[in-house]
Design a protein around this ligand. Sequence first.
Ligand code: MLT
Length: 326
Amino acid sequence: MMKTLFAGLAAAAAFSLAPLAATAADYPERTITIVVPFSAGGPTDTVTRLVAEAMSKDLGQQIVVENVGGAGGTLGAAQVANAEPDGYTLLLHHIGMATSATLYRKLPYDTLNAFEYIGLVTEVPMTLVARKDFEPSDLQGLIDYAKTNADKVTVANAGIGAASHLCGMLFMTAIETSLVTVPYKGTGPAMTDLLGGQVDIMCDQTTNTTKHIQAGTIKAYAVTSPERLDVLPDLPTVAEGGLPNMEVGIWHGLYAPKGTPQEITERLSKSLQLALKHPNVVARFAELGTEPSPEADATPAALKNKVESEIARWKPIIDAAGQYAD
Ligand code: MLT
């Protein structure tokens, strides 16, 4: 009897897994959606659209980018955490995946157990910028002005958990002064207000600021990379300006919902690695002050390690700043 039962269970198990195995083997069979947890037109959106275009060519399927802004990227991340684990809904998110684990007391997902890892995409420097007619002309001038006008200086960001929030927090911690923060659903719309003079300063990724700095339509004070950038050779580093603790690179990763078959995540990682070598991706990233992650980093293991190590790295810094989201 027991033997029959096991045989029956084995047959049932094989039958139930059969569609999954077939699906994974034939993946992808339809349009894939990559969720960007910030508004269109911002740096995360820019990186995603470039990578999606190249991955689409490799996978032979359309890739749609869906912008889901709000709560510093956690709303978009939650949407993907709760999506079908079938490989057709992915998330391209950045350092906020790690910092939100500390910043948010009640996240709508479990950071270390809600996603499958596909790979790292790029690590982007940030720039401390201001509206074109903002009074201070250099970083020391900005520090002095901010300290004496703390209740007036407005700082745009994309919400608690955003890279722009993190960099703004590093700046305010470094100068021991709290400024007036203005949250947006992404630094795309924030840039519109900076260009229009409706907000004073912002710390944003070079993928969104480089073209405006080069055009002179915004003022730039420093870049958060250890070395100056080829695309912005006259822009000093934060270390040159006396704020070495502001050095930060905004790494980006590609994720799938927990339970997505490994055969699918591995296929996506291979496609990501190809996309990061695509001439258009390499060239556009370079123009925007960044570069693709190396092949060895565009892997599930590398991204898993990055998320885990970055949660541990940023927790004490965030706890010292004491800025949490309720
Ligand atoms: C951020 O500040 O986290 C992102 O740059 C926002 C965005 O991509 O719009």
